[in-house]
Design a protein around this ligand. Structure first.
Ligand code: PNS
Length: 164
C-alpha cells in the first residue's frame, strides 16, 4: 500500500489545494493531508478550523484523511510510513521556496521523497493569501474556495476584519 502526505498550512483551503489532493488520491492508495505550522506565516485560522474545513472540502474522497500536526513534516511522514510528500507547484515564484523545503526535508530524512504536481492552469494564480485579501476587502471569494466551506471561510474572514 502506498502512502502520500500532502502537507501545507491550508489557511484556508482553496480549490487549488483540493485539486492537488484529488490528483494525489488517484496516484496513491492512501493520502494524509497534514495541516502543519509554517513558522514564516501568521495563520488566520486555527489548526482545528483548517482541519475541519479540509474535512468538509474533501468529503467523499475515500482514501483521504486530514490530520493536524505541530512538529516536523519528516517526522510525521516517517511515523506514517509515507512513500512520498506531494506538493503542488504553481509557478517560478514557488520554485525556490519549495526546492529549499524539499532539500531540507531530504537532508533531515533521506528516505522521504518529495513529488511535485504542477498546478492546473486555472489555479496558477491562486493562494490562501489571495482568498483572505479578497474576502477582507469585500470581494467575492466563491471562485477560489470549495462551495461547501465558502460561508464558513467568509464568516471567519469577516470576524477577523471586525477585530482590526
Ligand atoms: O502551505 P505552506 O505554508 O507553503 O506549507 C509549508 C509547510 C507547512 C509544509 C512547511 O512550513 C512545513 O513543513 N512545516 C512543518 C515544520 C517543518 O517540518 N519545517 C521544516 C520544513 S523546511
Amino acid at each position: 500500500m502506498t502512502t502520500a502526505i500532502c502537507p501545507g498550512s491550508f489557511d484556508p483551503v482553496t480549490i487549488g489545494h483540493v485539486d492537488i489532493i484529488k490528483r494525489a488520491a488517484k496516484m496513491f492508495d492512501r493520502v494524509i493531508v497534514a495541516v502543519l505550522v509554517n513558522m514564516e506565516k501568521k495563520p488566520w485560522f486555527t489548526i482545528e478550523e483548517r482541519t475541519e474545513l479540509l474535512k468538509k472540502a474533501t468529503e467523499g474522497i475515500e482514501n483521504v484523511e486530514i490530520v493536524g500536526f505541530e512538529g516536523l513534516l519528516v517526522d510525521f511522514a516517517a511515523a506514517n510510513h509515507a512513500d512520498a510528500i506531494v506538493k503542488g507547484l504553481r509557478a517560478i515564484s514557488d520554485f525556490e521556496y519549495e526546492f529549499q523545503m524539499a532539500l531540507t526535508n531530504n537532508k533531515l530524512n533521506p528516505d522521504v521523497e518529495t513529488v511535485f504536481l504542477t498546478t492546473s492552469a486555472e489555479n496558477m494564480y491562486l493562494s490562501s493569501s489571495i482568498v483572505k485579501q479578497v474576502g477582507l476587502l469585500g470581494g467575492d471569494i466563491s471562485p477560489f474556495v470549495p462551495e461547501c466551506v465558502h460561508d464558513e471561510i467568509l464568516l471567519r474572514i469577516r470576524q477577523r476584519s471586525n477585530l482590526k
